[in-house]
Design a protein around this ligand. Structure first.
Ligand code: SF4
Ligand code: SF4
Length: 240
């Protein structure tokens, strides 16, 4: 979170019962020429299940995939190079019920607060907090609670997921930054493919998404640790 966003957060923070005034007037202006409409694995899962389109097909038809410069993780963005969002039809979002969480949340923002001094049980070690972003569009003639706003987009698991995702990102970014200098270009390419599959694609629609995400990330972390061990063993062999 940058300084400006942090100040906005402090001024406008609220919990699930918090209320705000907003109505989207469907001008479609926020759906053009954006590079920041990123899909999380949960977004892709919601879209795939709701639209009944395979995850791979959604990526192929509507998205670009690239490797994050600082995260070194695969990132999936809705494709909008100089054109409106492919989901924008007649100025309306055609995937309204399963739109990416960054779109669904607007005008809200969301962050995880970590408590440095949780009680002994570990309760309140962290909590999800919402805030109202600076808004210069739409109308103010509808009143909403955060909870009701979120429920409108089939994001019932949204908070549990968001916390898990943030926690996983912190761990994976740390491990990837440690591994990158140790791996050859060929191994890195294979690793990126494995990360894309494990994080975004390897799900069975008959099972709960969050359970599978937990299993997949556990396997990814084991794989990253194994790669580090292999590299360390290679170096110690070289020195003996
Ligand atoms: S997914 Fe929907 S709300 Fe989000 S940018 Fe595209 S058209 Fe707009
Ligand atoms: S969120 Fe704002 S900019 Fe986007 S379509 Fe609604 S009114 Fe227009």
């Amino acid at each position: 979170m940058d300084q400006e966003m942090f100040e906005t957060y402090i001024k406008n923070r609220m919990d699930e019962e918090g209320e705000f005034n907003f109505r989207c007037t469907e001008c479609g202006e926020c759906c053009r020429d954006r590079k920041d409409i990123l899909l999380t694995p949960y977004d892709l899962d919601r879209m795939s299940r709701y639209l009944k389109i395979r995850r791979e097909e959604i990526i192929k038809q509507y998205c670009v995939v690239y490797i994050g410069e600082t995260s070194h993780l695969p990132i999936i963005a809705v494709r909008m190079d100089g054109v409106p969002c492919p989901f924008l039809k007649n100025k309306r979002c055609s995937v309204q019920e399963c739109k990416p969480s960054v779109c669904a949340l607007y005008p809200l923002g969301r962050t995880v607060l970590y408590n440095k001094d949780p009680d002994e049980s570990g309760a309140d070690a962290c909590k999800i907090q919402y805030f109202l972003q600076p808004v210069c569009c739409g109308a103010r003639d509808e009143r909403h609670t955060v909870k009701e706003w979120m429920a409108g987009y089939h994001m019932e698991d949204g908070d549990a997921w968001f916390f898990k995702w943030q926690e996983t990102l912190i761990l994976l970014v740390e491990k990837m930054n440690d591994l990158i200098p140790r791996l050859s270009a060929g191994i890195l390419d294979e690793l990126y493919t494995a990360l894309l599959t494990g994080l975004y694609l390897g799900y069975d629609d008959d099972r709960d998404f969050l359970d599978q995400f937990t299993e997949n990330t556990h396997k990814i972390i084991l794989m990253l640790e194994l790669l580090k061990q292999i590299d360390s063993l290679g170096k110690s062999d070289h020195h003996t």
